[in-house]
Design a protein around this ligand. Structure first.
Ligand code: ADP
Ligand code: MG
Length: 413
């Protein structure tokens, strides 16, 4: 089943590899105003922000803190993970001397697949990106956060919105730019969302008010892609075999592992690093996408693995391998963007701005160019109607924007 068909099926009750999760919010108007909190749980980092919206498309971060999520919190008990989130909020209030007793509206960016049932409620479907905290799958994560806030005397904070990071990225950009109708994440994981006509979301019955709603594709799980032996080996050895197949070919968490599997194979075939101590490559996930980015200076790549005297030929080979893996990732991401845009606009007759967040897109040399190249192959001159726009901090500012939209739409009384 192709991508377009998987999207269509996902909007009905039928099951497919694209979950097409309704967000229960449309785009902001740009007139939302006030200061809102954002809590952004990505995959590697946790960030807390206070964002001021000026009502004219301007958003300013008044305060921000970043925390690393310790491995034992990711993989221990769920309550311990959520207590950690609340503790980080406490620290944020303390460090920035904010008043924790006055009322705050918070947008909670939770970048995992959630079955959203309202703008501020949704159950975690399944952990991804190495998280396994117990007792969270199947639970309403907004309520788990609210409970932790109550335990830590932060009840003045109301969890106004539960946001996917893709939806946040779209919202952050569209607050100032009405041509933005798609959000994409290319970081530890990958995912995307777009603006759908509410009446075309068949599975929402009875249909909801509002002309449009943002749909979270959960495209990391798309599974109709041609895989090779390295993709298959990576998938079998992963903690979620059979799932997130597109993510395993595209996102930052996995690209280095694909390279490592190819390196190990080439060493075994005697085609790479002859007579060198290559034991560093035996360890799963020892190669990261940051290492791959270093192959623009191949000596630096091998030096990171304790090999200072790699042959020039090996440098050429590793650079080529990394280029292949990263270019394939970028081209798959761009082809999927093309499919989504064609669903919104089958003739590509309008301007579409795609808001993109994530360090892979931002920092991997050539990633953006490879995506553009794919779009130009697909659409030729019409590709000018697609603008790829880097949104740094989309998932943080966007959560605040969505909290503002949710607060504005909330029934009074
Ligand atoms: P998250 O997905 O947790 O929100 P990021 O968007 O920062 O976080 O993405 C982190 C991922 O981006 C890392 O897993 C890594 O694969 C990739 N990455 C970070 N820095 C670089 C870099 N300099 N070059 C290539 N890839 C990078
Ligand atoms: Mg992120």
């Amino acid at each position: 089943m192709g991508f377009a068909e998987a999207m269509r099926r996902g909007l009905t009750q039928a099951s497919g590899s694209l979950k097409m999760i309704p967000s229960y919010v449309g785009r902001p108007t740009g007139k939302e105003q006030g200061t809102y909190l954002a809590l952004d749980l990505g995959g590697t980092n946790l960030r807390v922000l206070a964002v001021r919206l000026d009502g004219q498309g301007g958003a300013a971060t008044d305060a921000a803190s970043r925390f690393v999520v310790p491995q034992d919190r990711m993989r221990g008990e769920g309550t311990v993970l959520f207590d950690f989130l609340a503790d980080c909020l406490s620290l944020f209030f303390k460090n920035h001397r904010l008043d924790r007793l006055s009322p705050w509206e918070l947008g909670f960016t939770f970048s995992f697949p959630v079955a959203q049932t309202a703008v501020n409620a949704g159950a975690l479907l399944t952990w991804t990106k190495g998280f396994t905290a117990s007792g969270v799958e199947g639970q309403n994560v907004a309520a788990l956060l609210a409970n932790a806030l109550a335990r830590k005397n932060l009840s003045a904070i109301s969890v106004a919105a539960l946001c996917n990071d893709t939806v946040g990225t779209l919202s952050a950009k569209s607050y100032a730019d009405p041509s933005c109708d798609m959000g994409v994440i290319l970081g530890t994981g990958t995912n995307a969302c777009y603006v759908e006509e509410t009446q075309r979301i068949e599975k929402l019955n009875p249909s909801l008010p509002g002309k449009e709603m943002i749909i979270n594709l959960e495209w990391g799980n798309f599974d109709h892609l041609e895989t090779n032996v390295y993709d298959q080996t990576l998938d079998r050895a992963s903690f979620n075999p059979g799932r997130q197949r597109m993510e395993k070919m595209v996102s930052g968490m996995y690209l280095g592992e694909l390279v490592r599997l190819m390196v190990v194979d080439m060493i075994e075939q005697g085609e790479l690093l002859k007579q060198k101590d290559a034991s560093a490559f035996a360890c799963p996930y020892s190669v990261t996408s940051e290492h791959m980015a270093k192959t623009f200076h191949p000596d630096d790549f091998f030096a990171s693995f304790g090999i200072d005297d790699a042959a020039g030929r090996d440098g050429v080979t590793i650079a080529r391998v990394c280029r292949m893996v990263s270019a394939r990732a970028a081209r798959i991401a761009a082809a999927a963007i093309a499919a989504v845009i064609l669903r919104m606009d089958k003739d590509l007759g309008r301007r579409h701005t795609v808001a993109i967040d994530g360090s892979l897109y931002e920092k991997y040399p050539g990633f953006e160019e490879n995506m553009r190249g794919m779009l130009e192959e697909l659409f030729a001159s019409r590709a000018v109607n697609i603008r790829l726009a880097r949104v740094s901090d989309g998932s943080g500012i966007g959560a605040a924007v969505i909290a503002a939209v949710a607060a504005a739409n909330r029934p009074q009384g």
